[in-house]
Design a protein around this ligand. Structure first.
Ligand SMILES: Nc1ncnc2c1ncn2[C@@H]1O[C@H](COP(=O)(O)OP(=O)(O)OP(=O)(O)O)[C@@H](O)[C@H]1O
Length: 260
Protein backbone atom coordinates (compact mmCIF):
# COMPACT_ATOMS: atom_id res chain seq x y z
CA UNK A 1 0.00 0.00 0.00
CA UNK A 2 1.36 3.40 -0.98
CA UNK A 3 2.16 5.48 2.08
CA UNK A 4 4.57 7.95 3.67
CA UNK A 5 5.38 7.59 7.36
CA UNK A 6 7.56 9.89 9.44
CA UNK A 7 8.47 9.27 13.05
CA UNK A 8 10.29 11.87 15.08
CA UNK A 9 12.16 13.06 12.00
CA UNK A 10 14.55 16.00 12.37
CA UNK A 11 17.05 17.75 10.14
CA UNK A 12 19.46 20.55 10.93
CA UNK A 13 21.98 22.35 8.76
CA UNK A 14 25.28 23.44 10.30
CA UNK A 15 26.22 27.02 9.37
CA UNK A 16 29.29 26.48 7.19
CA UNK A 17 29.64 29.92 5.65
CA UNK A 18 33.18 31.27 5.26
CA UNK A 19 32.33 33.87 7.85
CA UNK A 20 30.81 31.29 10.19
CA UNK A 21 33.42 31.86 12.84
CA UNK A 22 32.59 35.50 13.12
CA UNK A 23 28.88 34.74 12.83
CA UNK A 24 29.31 32.19 15.59
CA UNK A 25 31.09 34.73 17.71
CA UNK A 26 28.37 37.26 17.01
CA UNK A 27 25.71 34.78 18.03
CA UNK A 28 27.57 33.53 21.04
CA UNK A 29 27.96 36.96 22.55
CA UNK A 30 24.22 37.25 22.56
CA UNK A 31 22.18 35.43 25.14
CA UNK A 32 21.33 31.83 24.23
CA UNK A 33 17.69 32.78 24.51
CA UNK A 34 18.07 35.21 21.63
CA UNK A 35 19.38 32.48 19.33
CA UNK A 36 16.52 30.12 20.07
CA UNK A 37 13.80 32.81 20.12
CA UNK A 38 11.40 32.63 17.13
CA UNK A 39 12.38 35.22 14.51
CA UNK A 40 10.06 37.23 12.27
CA UNK A 41 10.50 34.49 9.67
CA UNK A 42 9.64 30.79 10.11
CA UNK A 43 13.20 29.46 10.41
CA UNK A 44 14.86 28.46 13.71
CA UNK A 45 18.46 28.58 14.80
CA UNK A 46 20.04 26.88 17.77
CA UNK A 47 23.42 26.29 19.31
CA UNK A 48 24.86 22.78 19.04
CA UNK A 49 26.32 20.69 21.84
CA UNK A 50 28.60 22.65 24.12
CA UNK A 51 31.63 20.69 22.92
CA UNK A 52 31.25 21.81 19.29
CA UNK A 53 29.49 25.14 19.86
CA UNK A 54 28.26 24.90 16.27
CA UNK A 55 25.47 27.15 15.07
CA UNK A 56 22.70 25.08 13.47
CA UNK A 57 19.64 25.95 11.46
CA UNK A 58 16.98 23.58 12.75
CA UNK A 59 15.00 23.06 9.54
CA UNK A 60 12.81 20.14 10.71
CA UNK A 61 12.16 19.06 14.24
CA UNK A 62 10.50 15.89 15.55
CA UNK A 63 8.04 15.40 12.69
CA UNK A 64 5.62 12.51 13.17
CA UNK A 65 2.77 11.91 10.75
CA UNK A 66 1.50 9.46 8.16
CA UNK A 67 0.08 10.02 4.67
CA UNK A 68 -2.02 7.28 3.08
CA UNK A 69 -2.89 6.53 -0.54
CA UNK A 70 -5.68 8.83 -1.79
CA UNK A 71 -4.55 11.82 0.25
CA UNK A 72 -3.68 15.19 -1.32
CA UNK A 73 -1.56 17.04 1.21
CA UNK A 74 -0.62 20.71 1.09
CA UNK A 75 2.29 22.17 3.07
CA UNK A 76 1.82 25.73 4.20
CA UNK A 77 3.70 28.08 6.52
CA UNK A 78 5.80 31.17 6.84
CA UNK A 79 9.06 31.63 4.89
CA UNK A 80 11.63 29.27 6.40
CA UNK A 81 9.01 27.08 8.12
CA UNK A 82 10.54 23.95 6.57
CA UNK A 83 8.17 23.16 3.69
CA UNK A 84 10.77 22.84 0.91
CA UNK A 85 13.16 20.99 3.21
CA UNK A 86 10.45 18.47 4.06
CA UNK A 87 9.67 18.01 0.37
CA UNK A 88 13.36 17.42 -0.35
CA UNK A 89 13.58 14.88 2.47
CA UNK A 90 10.56 13.03 1.05
CA UNK A 91 12.19 13.15 -2.41
CA UNK A 92 15.41 11.62 -1.03
CA UNK A 93 17.45 14.73 -1.86
CA UNK A 94 18.31 15.36 1.81
CA UNK A 95 19.15 12.52 4.14
CA UNK A 96 18.19 12.77 7.77
CA UNK A 97 20.08 11.27 10.64
CA UNK A 98 17.34 11.53 13.25
CA UNK A 99 14.03 9.69 13.08
CA UNK A 100 12.33 7.25 10.73
CA UNK A 101 11.24 7.84 7.14
CA UNK A 102 9.27 5.01 5.58
CA UNK A 103 8.02 5.49 2.00
CA UNK A 104 6.14 2.83 0.05
CA UNK A 105 5.60 3.65 -3.63
CA UNK A 106 7.54 5.23 -6.48
CA UNK A 107 7.94 8.95 -5.99
CA UNK A 108 8.72 11.73 -8.43
CA UNK A 109 9.60 15.26 -7.40
CA UNK A 110 8.74 18.42 -9.30
CA UNK A 111 11.08 20.69 -7.41
CA UNK A 112 13.51 22.29 -9.83
CA UNK A 113 12.24 22.90 -13.37
CA UNK A 114 15.76 22.69 -14.80
CA UNK A 115 16.89 19.65 -12.83
CA UNK A 116 18.90 17.16 -14.86
CA UNK A 117 19.09 19.46 -17.88
CA UNK A 118 22.35 20.10 -19.65
CA UNK A 119 22.40 23.80 -20.62
CA UNK A 120 24.84 23.13 -23.45
CA UNK A 121 22.39 20.76 -25.18
CA UNK A 122 19.31 21.84 -27.14
CA UNK A 123 15.79 21.31 -25.86
CA UNK A 124 15.39 18.34 -28.18
CA UNK A 125 18.70 16.80 -27.09
CA UNK A 126 17.72 17.28 -23.46
CA UNK A 127 14.49 15.46 -24.20
CA UNK A 128 16.45 12.47 -25.52
CA UNK A 129 18.68 12.61 -22.45
CA UNK A 130 15.58 12.62 -20.25
CA UNK A 131 14.05 9.68 -22.18
CA UNK A 132 17.27 7.75 -21.72
CA UNK A 133 17.37 8.49 -17.98
CA UNK A 134 13.73 7.50 -17.51
CA UNK A 135 14.21 4.31 -19.52
CA UNK A 136 11.56 5.26 -22.12
CA UNK A 137 11.26 2.46 -24.70
CA UNK A 138 12.66 3.32 -28.16
CA UNK A 139 9.25 3.01 -29.86
CA UNK A 140 7.75 5.62 -27.51
CA UNK A 141 10.41 8.29 -27.95
CA UNK A 142 8.94 9.85 -31.14
CA UNK A 143 5.56 10.22 -29.40
CA UNK A 144 7.19 11.74 -26.35
CA UNK A 145 9.13 14.17 -28.52
CA UNK A 146 5.97 15.28 -30.36
CA UNK A 147 4.11 15.69 -27.07
CA UNK A 148 6.81 17.76 -25.34
CA UNK A 149 7.51 19.89 -28.42
CA UNK A 150 3.82 20.71 -28.85
CA UNK A 151 3.30 21.43 -25.17
CA UNK A 152 6.39 23.59 -24.60
CA UNK A 153 5.69 25.69 -27.73
CA UNK A 154 9.27 26.80 -28.04
CA UNK A 155 9.24 26.96 -31.85
CA UNK A 156 12.78 27.17 -33.27
CA UNK A 157 14.19 27.56 -29.74
CA UNK A 158 13.58 23.84 -29.22
CA UNK A 159 16.67 23.27 -31.34
CA UNK A 160 18.84 25.86 -29.60
CA UNK A 161 21.00 25.25 -26.50
CA UNK A 162 19.02 25.56 -23.29
CA UNK A 163 21.51 28.12 -21.93
CA UNK A 164 20.05 30.61 -24.44
CA UNK A 165 16.51 30.23 -23.09
CA UNK A 166 14.73 32.86 -21.05
CA UNK A 167 13.69 31.68 -17.58
CA UNK A 168 10.09 31.24 -18.82
CA UNK A 169 11.26 29.11 -21.76
CA UNK A 170 13.31 26.95 -19.38
CA UNK A 171 10.24 26.46 -17.20
CA UNK A 172 8.12 25.46 -20.21
CA UNK A 173 10.59 22.78 -21.26
CA UNK A 174 11.29 21.67 -17.68
CA UNK A 175 7.58 21.44 -16.95
CA UNK A 176 6.81 19.53 -20.15
CA UNK A 177 9.49 16.95 -19.31
CA UNK A 178 8.83 16.75 -15.58
CA UNK A 179 5.14 16.01 -16.12
CA UNK A 180 5.77 12.97 -18.31
CA UNK A 181 6.16 10.33 -15.54
CA UNK A 182 3.12 8.91 -13.73
CA UNK A 183 4.42 8.22 -10.19
CA UNK A 184 2.31 6.89 -7.34
CA UNK A 185 3.72 9.61 -5.05
CA UNK A 186 3.96 13.10 -6.52
CA UNK A 187 6.00 15.72 -4.64
CA UNK A 188 5.59 19.23 -5.97
CA UNK A 189 7.01 22.67 -5.21
CA UNK A 190 5.12 25.77 -6.14
CA UNK A 191 7.34 26.64 -9.09
CA UNK A 192 4.76 25.12 -11.42
CA UNK A 193 2.75 28.31 -10.90
CA UNK A 194 5.46 30.27 -12.73
CA UNK A 195 5.20 31.26 -16.38
CA UNK A 196 2.79 33.54 -18.16
CA UNK A 197 -0.99 33.28 -17.69
CA UNK A 198 -1.65 31.30 -20.86
CA UNK A 199 1.04 28.81 -19.94
CA UNK A 200 -0.34 28.47 -16.43
CA UNK A 201 -3.76 27.55 -17.82
CA UNK A 202 -2.19 24.89 -20.06
CA UNK A 203 0.04 23.72 -17.22
CA UNK A 204 -2.95 23.22 -14.93
CA UNK A 205 -4.60 20.83 -17.39
CA UNK A 206 -1.43 18.82 -17.82
CA UNK A 207 -0.77 18.83 -14.10
CA UNK A 208 -4.29 17.63 -13.36
CA UNK A 209 -3.67 14.48 -15.41
CA UNK A 210 -0.53 13.80 -13.40
CA UNK A 211 -2.16 14.50 -10.04
CA UNK A 212 -5.16 12.32 -10.88
CA UNK A 213 -2.85 9.42 -11.68
CA UNK A 214 -0.92 9.78 -8.40
CA UNK A 215 -2.07 8.03 -5.25
CA UNK A 216 -0.43 10.60 -2.98
CA UNK A 217 0.22 14.27 -3.69
CA UNK A 218 2.36 16.46 -1.43
CA UNK A 219 2.51 20.06 -2.62
CA UNK A 220 4.01 23.15 -1.06
CA UNK A 221 2.48 26.50 -1.96
CA UNK A 222 1.81 29.96 -0.58
CA UNK A 223 -1.31 30.16 -2.73
CA UNK A 224 -4.39 29.38 -0.66
CA UNK A 225 -6.66 29.03 -3.74
CA UNK A 226 -4.23 26.43 -5.18
CA UNK A 227 -4.22 24.49 -1.92
CA UNK A 228 -8.01 24.71 -1.57
CA UNK A 229 -8.42 23.37 -5.11
CA UNK A 230 -5.92 20.54 -4.94
CA UNK A 231 -5.67 19.36 -1.35
CA UNK A 232 -7.76 17.26 1.02
CA UNK A 233 -5.46 17.83 3.98
CA UNK A 234 -3.08 20.60 5.08
CA UNK A 235 0.04 20.45 7.24
CA UNK A 236 0.68 23.94 8.60
CA UNK A 237 4.38 24.13 9.42
CA UNK A 238 6.12 26.51 11.78
CA UNK A 239 9.76 26.45 12.86
CA UNK A 240 10.27 23.00 11.34
CA UNK A 241 7.34 21.49 13.26
CA UNK A 242 3.71 20.79 12.44
CA UNK A 243 1.58 23.53 13.99
CA UNK A 244 -1.72 22.13 12.69
CA UNK A 245 -2.74 19.09 10.65
CA UNK A 246 -6.26 18.55 9.38
CA UNK A 247 -8.85 18.98 6.62
CA UNK A 248 -8.03 21.72 4.10
CA UNK A 249 -10.81 24.11 5.03
CA UNK A 250 -10.24 23.89 8.80
CA UNK A 251 -6.49 24.45 8.62
CA UNK A 252 -6.54 27.14 5.95
CA UNK A 253 -9.24 29.07 7.81
CA UNK A 254 -7.08 28.99 10.96
CA UNK A 255 -4.00 29.95 8.93
CA UNK A 256 -5.82 32.90 7.32
CA UNK A 257 -7.08 34.03 10.71
CA UNK A 258 -3.51 34.00 12.03
CA UNK A 259 -2.45 36.33 9.22
CA UNK A 260 -5.24 38.84 9.86
N1 LIG B 1 20.72 24.13 2.21
C1 LIG B 1 20.49 24.77 3.35
N2 LIG B 1 21.50 25.10 4.19
C2 LIG B 1 21.26 25.72 5.35
N3 LIG B 1 20.04 26.07 5.79
C3 LIG B 1 18.99 25.77 5.01
C4 LIG B 1 19.15 25.11 3.74
N4 LIG B 1 17.93 24.95 3.18
C5 LIG B 1 17.05 25.49 4.06
N5 LIG B 1 17.68 25.97 5.14
C6 LIG B 1 17.05 26.58 6.31
O1 LIG B 1 16.07 25.68 6.77
C7 LIG B 1 14.91 26.39 7.19
C8 LIG B 1 13.72 25.88 6.41
O2 LIG B 1 13.87 26.33 5.06
P1 LIG B 1 12.86 25.89 3.90
O3 LIG B 1 13.44 26.32 2.60
O4 LIG B 1 12.49 24.48 4.07
O5 LIG B 1 11.60 26.81 4.26
P2 LIG B 1 10.25 27.03 3.45
O6 LIG B 1 9.13 26.82 4.42
O7 LIG B 1 10.23 26.21 2.22
O8 LIG B 1 10.37 28.58 3.11
P3 LIG B 1 9.84 29.43 1.83
O9 LIG B 1 8.37 29.59 2.00
O10 LIG B 1 10.56 30.73 2.00
O11 LIG B 1 10.25 28.70 0.58
C9 LIG B 1 15.20 27.87 6.99
O12 LIG B 1 15.57 28.42 8.25
C10 LIG B 1 16.35 27.90 6.02
O13 LIG B 1 17.19 29.01 6.32
Amino acid sequence: MTHIRLENLSLSFPVLHGASRSLKKTLLVRAKATVTKPASVGGRMRLGAAASDAVLVQALSGLTFQIEGGERVGLIGHNGAGKSTLLRVLAGIYETTDGVLDIEGDSHALIDPQSGMNPELTGRENLHLFACRMGVAKEHIAGLEADVEAFAELGPFFDLPVRLYSSGMGIRLGFALATVPRPSILLMDEWFMAGDQRFQDKAKNRMEGMVDAAEILVVTSHSLPVLRKWCTRILWMEGGQVRMDGPTQTVLDAYEASLA
